[in-house]
Design a protein around this ligand. Structure first.
Ligand code: TXA
Ligand code: MG
Length: 325
Protein backbone atom coordinates (compact mmCIF):
# COMPACT_ATOMS: atom_id res chain seq x y z
CA UNK A 1 0.00 0.00 0.00
CA UNK A 2 1.28 3.50 -0.86
CA UNK A 3 2.34 5.87 1.86
CA UNK A 4 -0.14 8.62 2.75
CA UNK A 5 0.79 12.26 2.07
CA UNK A 6 0.19 15.46 4.03
CA UNK A 7 -0.75 18.74 2.29
CA UNK A 8 -1.17 22.32 3.47
CA UNK A 9 -4.85 23.31 3.11
CA UNK A 10 -4.29 25.87 0.34
CA UNK A 11 -7.14 26.65 -2.07
CA UNK A 12 -5.38 24.56 -4.74
CA UNK A 13 -5.01 21.56 -2.41
CA UNK A 14 -8.61 21.77 -1.20
CA UNK A 15 -9.66 21.85 -4.82
CA UNK A 16 -7.50 18.79 -5.60
CA UNK A 17 -8.97 17.02 -2.57
CA UNK A 18 -12.51 17.70 -3.75
CA UNK A 19 -11.61 16.24 -7.16
CA UNK A 20 -10.41 13.06 -5.44
CA UNK A 21 -13.70 12.88 -3.53
CA UNK A 22 -15.77 13.48 -6.67
CA UNK A 23 -13.88 10.63 -8.36
CA UNK A 24 -14.77 8.21 -5.58
CA UNK A 25 -11.53 8.46 -3.59
CA UNK A 26 -10.76 9.17 0.06
CA UNK A 27 -9.37 12.32 1.69
CA UNK A 28 -8.40 12.83 5.34
CA UNK A 29 -9.29 16.27 6.64
CA UNK A 30 -9.28 18.24 9.90
CA UNK A 31 -12.36 18.95 11.96
CA UNK A 32 -12.48 20.80 15.27
CA UNK A 33 -12.86 17.46 17.13
CA UNK A 34 -10.55 14.92 15.44
CA UNK A 35 -9.40 14.26 11.87
CA UNK A 36 -11.88 12.47 9.61
CA UNK A 37 -11.43 10.06 6.70
CA UNK A 38 -13.94 11.22 4.11
CA UNK A 39 -15.78 9.89 1.07
CA UNK A 40 -18.79 11.03 -0.97
CA UNK A 41 -21.71 10.04 1.27
CA UNK A 42 -23.87 9.22 -1.78
CA UNK A 43 -21.31 6.84 -3.32
CA UNK A 44 -21.48 3.35 -1.79
CA UNK A 45 -18.26 2.21 -3.50
CA UNK A 46 -16.32 5.19 -2.18
CA UNK A 47 -17.69 4.65 1.34
CA UNK A 48 -16.68 0.96 1.17
CA UNK A 49 -13.05 2.12 0.85
CA UNK A 50 -13.31 3.84 4.25
CA UNK A 51 -14.20 0.55 5.93
CA UNK A 52 -11.29 -1.19 4.20
CA UNK A 53 -8.72 1.52 4.97
CA UNK A 54 -9.74 1.76 8.63
CA UNK A 55 -10.28 -2.00 9.02
CA UNK A 56 -13.61 -0.99 10.47
CA UNK A 57 -16.36 -3.60 10.93
CA UNK A 58 -19.35 -3.11 8.64
CA UNK A 59 -21.74 -2.89 11.60
CA UNK A 60 -20.30 0.48 12.73
CA UNK A 61 -22.11 3.34 10.93
CA UNK A 62 -20.53 6.61 9.76
CA UNK A 63 -21.29 10.27 10.43
CA UNK A 64 -22.31 12.36 7.40
CA UNK A 65 -20.82 15.87 7.39
CA UNK A 66 -22.59 18.87 5.88
CA UNK A 67 -21.60 22.52 5.38
CA UNK A 68 -25.06 24.04 5.05
CA UNK A 69 -28.43 23.34 6.66
CA UNK A 70 -30.10 22.93 3.27
CA UNK A 71 -27.94 19.82 2.72
CA UNK A 72 -29.91 18.15 5.49
CA UNK A 73 -32.86 17.70 3.13
CA UNK A 74 -30.77 15.45 0.89
CA UNK A 75 -29.75 13.24 3.81
CA UNK A 76 -32.70 12.97 6.12
CA UNK A 77 -36.44 12.68 5.75
CA UNK A 78 -36.92 14.28 9.17
CA UNK A 79 -39.12 17.34 9.62
CA UNK A 80 -38.41 17.54 13.35
CA UNK A 81 -38.29 21.24 14.23
CA UNK A 82 -36.01 20.49 17.19
CA UNK A 83 -33.20 19.83 14.70
CA UNK A 84 -33.19 23.40 13.44
CA UNK A 85 -33.37 24.71 17.01
CA UNK A 86 -30.32 22.63 17.95
CA UNK A 87 -28.55 23.54 14.70
CA UNK A 88 -29.08 27.25 15.33
CA UNK A 89 -27.15 26.99 18.60
CA UNK A 90 -24.64 24.18 18.09
CA UNK A 91 -23.86 24.02 14.35
CA UNK A 92 -21.31 24.36 13.00
CA UNK A 93 -19.83 22.48 15.96
CA UNK A 94 -19.18 19.20 17.73
CA UNK A 95 -22.75 17.85 17.84
CA UNK A 96 -23.96 14.83 15.84
CA UNK A 97 -27.69 14.18 15.56
CA UNK A 98 -29.17 10.79 14.61
CA UNK A 99 -32.07 11.26 12.21
CA UNK A 100 -34.22 9.11 9.90
CA UNK A 101 -32.24 8.66 6.68
CA UNK A 102 -33.36 9.52 3.19
CA UNK A 103 -33.12 7.08 0.25
CA UNK A 104 -30.09 8.99 -1.09
CA UNK A 105 -27.91 7.64 1.69
CA UNK A 106 -26.67 4.15 0.82
CA UNK A 107 -27.12 1.44 3.46
CA UNK A 108 -23.36 1.00 3.86
CA UNK A 109 -23.16 4.49 5.44
CA UNK A 110 -25.64 3.59 8.20
CA UNK A 111 -24.71 -0.09 8.48
CA UNK A 112 -28.22 -0.92 7.37
CA UNK A 113 -29.87 1.16 10.10
CA UNK A 114 -32.89 3.31 9.20
CA UNK A 115 -31.18 6.34 10.76
CA UNK A 116 -28.23 8.46 9.72
CA UNK A 117 -25.82 10.45 11.91
CA UNK A 118 -25.33 14.07 10.74
CA UNK A 119 -23.09 16.89 11.83
CA UNK A 120 -21.83 20.25 10.57
CA UNK A 121 -18.17 20.62 11.61
CA UNK A 122 -16.81 24.07 12.40
CA UNK A 123 -13.25 23.68 11.07
CA UNK A 124 -12.89 26.05 8.14
CA UNK A 125 -10.99 23.47 6.04
CA UNK A 126 -13.75 20.88 6.55
CA UNK A 127 -16.42 23.40 5.59
CA UNK A 128 -14.52 24.53 2.49
CA UNK A 129 -13.92 20.94 1.41
CA UNK A 130 -17.58 19.97 1.74
CA UNK A 131 -18.72 23.12 -0.10
CA UNK A 132 -16.25 22.65 -2.90
CA UNK A 133 -17.06 18.97 -3.48
CA UNK A 134 -20.77 19.75 -3.62
CA UNK A 135 -22.02 16.76 -1.63
CA UNK A 136 -22.06 15.62 2.00
CA UNK A 137 -18.98 13.76 3.20
CA UNK A 138 -19.27 10.52 5.17
CA UNK A 139 -16.35 10.40 7.57
CA UNK A 140 -15.38 8.45 10.66
CA UNK A 141 -12.32 9.41 12.65
CA UNK A 142 -9.19 8.84 10.52
CA UNK A 143 -7.63 6.12 12.65
CA UNK A 144 -7.45 2.33 12.48
CA UNK A 145 -10.55 0.86 14.10
CA UNK A 146 -10.25 0.75 17.89
CA UNK A 147 -6.98 2.73 17.98
CA UNK A 148 -6.24 6.25 19.23
CA UNK A 149 -8.13 9.01 17.45
CA UNK A 150 -6.00 11.42 15.38
CA UNK A 151 -5.84 15.07 16.39
CA UNK A 152 -3.03 16.04 13.98
CA UNK A 153 -2.28 15.19 10.35
CA UNK A 154 0.77 13.25 11.52
CA UNK A 155 -1.42 11.00 13.70
CA UNK A 156 -3.42 10.10 10.58
CA UNK A 157 -0.23 9.37 8.66
CA UNK A 158 0.99 7.12 11.48
CA UNK A 159 -2.03 4.79 11.27
CA UNK A 160 -3.36 4.91 7.73
CA UNK A 161 -1.52 4.12 4.53
CA UNK A 162 -2.78 4.68 1.01
CA UNK A 163 -4.56 7.98 1.76
CA UNK A 164 -3.64 10.12 -1.23
CA UNK A 165 -4.31 13.41 0.56
CA UNK A 166 -4.29 14.31 4.24
CA UNK A 167 -5.17 18.00 4.58
CA UNK A 168 -3.24 19.50 7.48
CA UNK A 169 -5.41 21.90 9.45
CA UNK A 170 -3.22 21.93 12.56
CA UNK A 171 -4.04 20.41 15.94
CA UNK A 172 -7.77 19.93 16.60
CA UNK A 173 -9.18 22.56 18.98
CA UNK A 174 -11.75 20.36 20.74
CA UNK A 175 -9.70 17.18 20.91
CA UNK A 176 -12.41 14.57 21.53
CA UNK A 177 -15.08 13.32 19.12
CA UNK A 178 -18.46 15.02 18.79
CA UNK A 179 -21.36 14.48 21.16
CA UNK A 180 -23.81 12.04 19.51
CA UNK A 181 -27.51 12.39 20.35
CA UNK A 182 -30.77 10.77 19.35
CA UNK A 183 -34.06 12.64 19.53
CA UNK A 184 -36.79 10.70 21.33
CA UNK A 185 -40.43 11.78 21.53
CA UNK A 186 -39.82 13.48 24.89
CA UNK A 187 -36.30 14.86 24.36
CA UNK A 188 -32.68 14.02 23.56
CA UNK A 189 -30.62 11.05 24.65
CA UNK A 190 -26.80 11.12 24.60
CA UNK A 191 -25.22 8.16 22.80
CA UNK A 192 -21.65 9.49 23.03
CA UNK A 193 -20.36 12.26 25.30
CA UNK A 194 -18.40 15.18 23.86
CA UNK A 195 -17.85 18.92 24.20
CA UNK A 196 -21.56 19.72 23.88
CA UNK A 197 -22.79 18.61 27.29
CA UNK A 198 -26.14 17.42 28.61
CA UNK A 199 -26.53 20.73 30.41
CA UNK A 200 -25.92 22.75 27.22
CA UNK A 201 -28.37 20.62 25.23
CA UNK A 202 -31.01 20.88 27.97
CA UNK A 203 -31.25 24.62 27.44
CA UNK A 204 -32.71 23.91 23.96
CA UNK A 205 -34.42 20.51 24.20
CA UNK A 206 -35.37 18.58 27.35
CA UNK A 207 -33.47 15.44 28.27
CA UNK A 208 -35.38 12.25 27.52
CA UNK A 209 -36.75 10.42 30.52
CA UNK A 210 -37.19 7.18 28.57
CA UNK A 211 -34.99 4.43 29.95
CA UNK A 212 -36.98 1.24 29.41
CA UNK A 213 -35.53 -1.22 26.95
CA UNK A 214 -32.66 1.10 26.08
CA UNK A 215 -29.49 -0.68 25.08
CA UNK A 216 -26.68 1.74 24.24
CA UNK A 217 -24.53 -0.63 22.12
CA UNK A 218 -27.63 -1.53 20.14
CA UNK A 219 -28.66 2.12 19.73
CA UNK A 220 -25.18 3.07 18.53
CA UNK A 221 -23.30 0.02 17.35
CA UNK A 222 -19.90 1.74 17.34
CA UNK A 223 -20.03 2.29 21.07
CA UNK A 224 -18.05 -0.62 22.37
CA UNK A 225 -16.47 -0.87 25.79
CA UNK A 226 -13.03 -1.10 24.26
CA UNK A 227 -12.02 1.68 21.89
CA UNK A 228 -9.49 4.47 21.32
CA UNK A 229 -6.68 2.23 22.61
CA UNK A 230 -2.97 2.99 22.59
CA UNK A 231 -0.71 0.09 21.68
CA UNK A 232 0.49 0.05 25.29
CA UNK A 233 -1.23 -0.94 28.47
CA UNK A 234 -3.05 1.94 30.13
CA UNK A 235 -3.97 2.19 33.82
CA UNK A 236 -6.16 4.85 35.44
CA UNK A 237 -5.12 6.00 38.91
CA UNK A 238 -7.75 4.98 41.46
CA UNK A 239 -9.48 2.60 39.02
CA UNK A 240 -6.87 -0.04 38.21
CA UNK A 241 -4.10 -1.88 40.09
CA UNK A 242 -0.88 -0.27 38.89
CA UNK A 243 2.32 -2.38 38.69
CA UNK A 244 4.81 -1.40 41.41
CA UNK A 245 7.79 -0.99 39.08
CA UNK A 246 7.07 2.17 37.09
CA UNK A 247 10.68 2.89 36.06
CA UNK A 248 9.77 2.20 32.41
CA UNK A 249 6.31 3.77 32.53
CA UNK A 250 4.82 7.13 31.50
CA UNK A 251 2.63 9.18 33.83
CA UNK A 252 -0.13 11.57 32.68
CA UNK A 253 -1.21 14.02 35.36
CA UNK A 254 -4.17 16.38 35.19
CA UNK A 255 -2.19 19.37 36.49
CA UNK A 256 1.57 19.82 36.54
CA UNK A 257 3.08 17.85 39.46
CA UNK A 258 6.43 16.51 40.59
CA UNK A 259 6.20 12.76 40.07
CA UNK A 260 9.20 10.58 40.74
CA UNK A 261 9.65 6.93 39.81
CA UNK A 262 8.43 7.24 36.20
CA UNK A 263 10.48 7.33 33.02
CA UNK A 264 8.46 10.26 31.69
CA UNK A 265 5.72 12.51 33.00
CA UNK A 266 3.39 14.85 31.14
CA UNK A 267 0.55 17.08 32.24
CA UNK A 268 -2.80 17.37 30.46
CA UNK A 269 -3.19 20.97 31.56
CA UNK A 270 -1.29 23.89 33.03
CA UNK A 271 -4.05 25.05 35.33
CA UNK A 272 -6.76 22.38 35.40
CA UNK A 273 -8.87 23.68 32.52
CA UNK A 274 -10.94 20.76 31.18
CA UNK A 275 -11.04 21.89 27.54
CA UNK A 276 -7.24 22.05 27.59
CA UNK A 277 -7.21 18.52 29.03
CA UNK A 278 -9.40 17.30 26.16
CA UNK A 279 -6.95 18.73 23.61
CA UNK A 280 -4.07 17.08 25.48
CA UNK A 281 -5.69 13.65 25.80
CA UNK A 282 -5.04 12.03 22.40
CA UNK A 283 -1.92 14.15 21.83
CA UNK A 284 -0.27 12.74 24.98
CA UNK A 285 -1.50 9.19 24.44
CA UNK A 286 0.00 9.25 20.91
CA UNK A 287 3.26 10.63 22.30
CA UNK A 288 3.44 7.91 24.95
CA UNK A 289 2.49 5.18 22.50
CA UNK A 290 5.52 6.26 20.44
CA UNK A 291 7.89 6.80 23.40
CA UNK A 292 10.29 4.21 24.82
CA UNK A 293 8.06 3.26 27.74
CA UNK A 294 6.30 -0.03 28.57
CA UNK A 295 2.98 1.21 29.93
CA UNK A 296 0.99 4.37 30.68
CA UNK A 297 -0.57 5.54 33.94
CA UNK A 298 -3.14 8.32 33.70
CA UNK A 299 -4.85 10.37 36.41
CA UNK A 300 -8.62 10.68 36.33
CA UNK A 301 -9.99 14.17 35.58
CA UNK A 302 -13.06 15.79 37.19
CA UNK A 303 -16.18 14.32 35.62
CA UNK A 304 -18.06 17.42 34.70
CA UNK A 305 -18.44 19.29 31.41
CA UNK A 306 -16.12 17.85 28.78
CA UNK A 307 -14.45 15.88 31.63
CA UNK A 308 -17.23 13.28 31.17
CA UNK A 309 -16.10 12.70 27.57
CA UNK A 310 -12.42 12.60 28.62
CA UNK A 311 -13.09 9.89 31.22
CA UNK A 312 -15.26 7.95 28.75
CA UNK A 313 -12.36 7.88 26.25
CA UNK A 314 -9.78 7.05 28.95
CA UNK A 315 -11.84 4.13 30.32
CA UNK A 316 -12.40 2.76 26.82
CA UNK A 317 -8.69 3.11 26.09
CA UNK A 318 -7.90 1.11 29.23
CA UNK A 319 -10.68 -1.47 28.97
CA UNK A 320 -9.02 -3.91 26.59
CA UNK A 321 -6.05 -4.32 28.91
CA UNK A 322 -7.90 -4.54 32.19
CA UNK A 323 -10.52 -6.94 30.90
CA UNK A 324 -8.76 -9.40 28.60
CA UNK A 325 -11.22 -11.27 26.41
O1 TXA B 1 -16.21 14.28 15.99
C1 TXA B 1 -16.59 13.33 15.30
O2 TXA B 1 -17.74 12.88 15.42
C2 TXA B 1 -15.59 12.71 14.31
C3 TXA B 1 -15.30 13.74 13.22
C4 TXA B 1 -14.46 13.17 12.11
O3 TXA B 1 -16.51 14.25 12.74
N1 TXA B 1 -16.13 11.51 13.77
C5 TXA B 1 -16.25 10.36 14.49
O4 TXA B 1 -16.73 9.29 13.76
O5 TXA B 1 -15.95 10.27 15.65
P1 TXA B 1 -16.66 7.80 14.26
O6 TXA B 1 -17.10 6.99 13.11
O7 TXA B 1 -15.34 7.52 14.81
O8 TXA B 1 -17.76 7.69 15.37
C6 TXA B 1 -19.13 7.77 15.00
C7 TXA B 1 -20.01 7.31 16.12
C8 TXA B 1 -19.91 5.82 16.33
O9 TXA B 1 -19.95 5.54 17.71
C9 TXA B 1 -21.14 5.29 15.62
O10 TXA B 1 -21.58 4.07 16.12
C10 TXA B 1 -22.13 6.42 15.85
O11 TXA B 1 -21.37 7.60 15.79
N2 TXA B 1 -23.15 6.41 14.79
C11 TXA B 1 -22.97 6.71 13.49
N3 TXA B 1 -24.10 6.53 12.80
C12 TXA B 1 -25.04 6.12 13.67
C13 TXA B 1 -26.41 5.77 13.57
N4 TXA B 1 -27.07 5.79 12.40
N5 TXA B 1 -27.07 5.40 14.69
C14 TXA B 1 -26.43 5.36 15.88
N6 TXA B 1 -25.11 5.68 16.05
C15 TXA B 1 -24.43 6.05 14.96
MG1 MG C 1 -13.75 6.81 15.82
Amino acid sequence: MNKSSIFEPTAAHISAASTILRNGGLVAFPTETVYGLGANAFDANAVAKIFITKERPAFDPLIVHIADLVDLERISSSSDTRVSELAKVFWPGPLTIILPKSKNIPDIVTSGLPDVAVRMPSHIVALQLIKETGFPIAAPSANKFGKLSPTTARHVMKQLSGVEMILDGGACKVGVESTVIRLETDGFRILRHGAITEKMLSTIVPKSQLTEGFDLPQASPGLMKSHYSPDKQLYIVGEHAIPSDTSRAAYVSFMPIEKSGFKMTRSLTLNGELQEAAVGLFRLLHEMEEADVDFIVAEAVPENGIGIAIMDRLRKAAWRFQNPV
